[in-house]
Design a protein around this ligand. Sequence first.
Ligand code: ZN
Length: 154
Amino acid sequence: MDIKELYQEIILDHGKNPRNKNICKDFNKDAKGHNPLCGDKVHIFLKLSNEKKLENISFEGEGCAISMASASIMTEIIKGKQFNIAKKIQEDFLNMIKEGSKLNMNSLSDTENMTMMSLSGVKRFPMRVKCATLAWHTFIEAVEGNKKIVNTEN
Ligand code: ZN
């Protein structure tokens, strides 16, 4: 299996069996995201502790396979991490998707790295970049924002 096929498998797996797709009961922050160009909608729920640790994170939503797989991958990767680390991962992910750069985070395991890299092919399809980044922007808004709705066209 070559790397492209492996990446495809990972995306399909997350699309079919999304991780953390529910409303986590203990959430204390949330935000909604909308990508009108594709119709993707995502609602992120998370529990941030006083020490700024992401004790829980989950999502609800509907949309294309890329948007849902990306939300699933994000929750899997950042759950349990400190927010400042998760924010660096988010920035690293956005650079990879938009600029095609390699991931720089050296605190990620090989599996985590590969799971995030599975979405790297999206860069060649500008319309899909918004699908892949929607959940990640919405996550930051949930922590730092004022519950406004993230809209990829604003
Ligand atoms: Zn989409």
